[in-house]
Design a protein around this ligand. Sequence first.
Ligand code: HGY
Ligand code: MN
Ligand code: MN
Ligand code: MN
Length: 417
Amino acid sequence: AGAQRAGTSPPPGGQPPSFHTMWADLAPIGRDAATRGYRRYAWTGADADCRTWFQEQAEARGLTYETDRNGNQWAWLGDPLGEDAVVTGSHLDSVPDGGAFDGPLGVVSAFAALDELRRRGVELRRPLAVTNFGDEEGARFGLACVGSRLTAGQLTKEAAYGLRDGDGITLPQAMEDAGYDPEAIGPDPERLARVGAFVELHVEQGRALDLTGDAVGIASAIWPHGRWRYDFHGEANHAGTTRLADRRDPMLTYAETVLAARREAELAGAVATFGKITVEPNGVNAIPSLVRGWLDSRAADQATLDAVVAGIETAAREAAGRQGIDLAVVRESFTPVVEFQHALRDELAKILGGQVPVLGTGAGHDAGILSASVPTAMLFVRNPTGVSHSPAEFAAEDDCVAGVLALADVLEGLACG
Ligand code: HGY
Ligand code: MN
Ligand code: MN
Ligand code: MN
């Protein structure tokens, strides 16, 4: 087909909602009053409210709105079936008590950057879309990037059907309860074949830009990272009457494993986190029968990660042997290293004037998943404290504006140049 020349004329209704308005409308959705953290878990009411917000943004701009077979949301300027589309977006779901910026900054900035293109009156040569990928954090069902993995064919339908939350609700059941047809989920290669570039803007989850003094950076790579579940089986018993020598206490082995994880990671310059634990029967006066802990570990390269994870498991098995504990370790998910395509990364650097820092990240992203299917790049916006996955996550307004303008420049350079 010839070049798409869909004008970027202003929306039918006049001025689109500003960055501030979009941010203010999104802010209260799924925010816990006590912690001020976000609890926007996949296919819950808060997620539905975020999806409604996204659709309203699309319609307020006269964009063509659709959800794909996996529930990911797309808002098109230009032909949704056109070739070589430029797509930008992120996710709206959160980790438990997550921050306001991780995910939403990329979606709000995408709409704001599209508005900026319209203000500039540039002519689109390629279709443009804003996206919200569902269930990126995996907070409810335990697997990150479910929406983008399904669309990219990196998660099979049967594996997705096997996902269940802490209350035993399966992913298909949750989708159905939210009004989506779980039967439809699956790979969408035709859709991705029409995408020529995907750019995700994301708040930096670290302090590299704060240290260089830049508002915006470009991603070079995503560290390999994975999630492992450790099941420590011991013997339930009375906390008050069981002699220490007679105990098979899985909490002890778990504690030694957490210390070993820190030690192994520190020695290797990697990271390892036990951030989630369940205890059965979970009584103050009962020695647990089972302690289940989830390990998240990441490193700059595969060999280091493998060594750290193996070292942690060896230490855990040694402690379990000493304490009469049965240990089962299951790798629940894994994302290999993502090297963003150099051509697109360099094109972004050229568009942004070549002075923008290029940095790696230990955080996973939908862009990391999609980079196996389409040319992908990421922009980071400075986070002065580096804190993320916490209500304290923050980015200054000037830096958010700088991010929108940089994204608009990138979209103009890719879709209009
Ligand atoms: O876990 C991550 O790195 C991402 O925030 N899902
Ligand atoms: Mn996150
Ligand atoms: Mn994120
Ligand atoms: Mn992400």
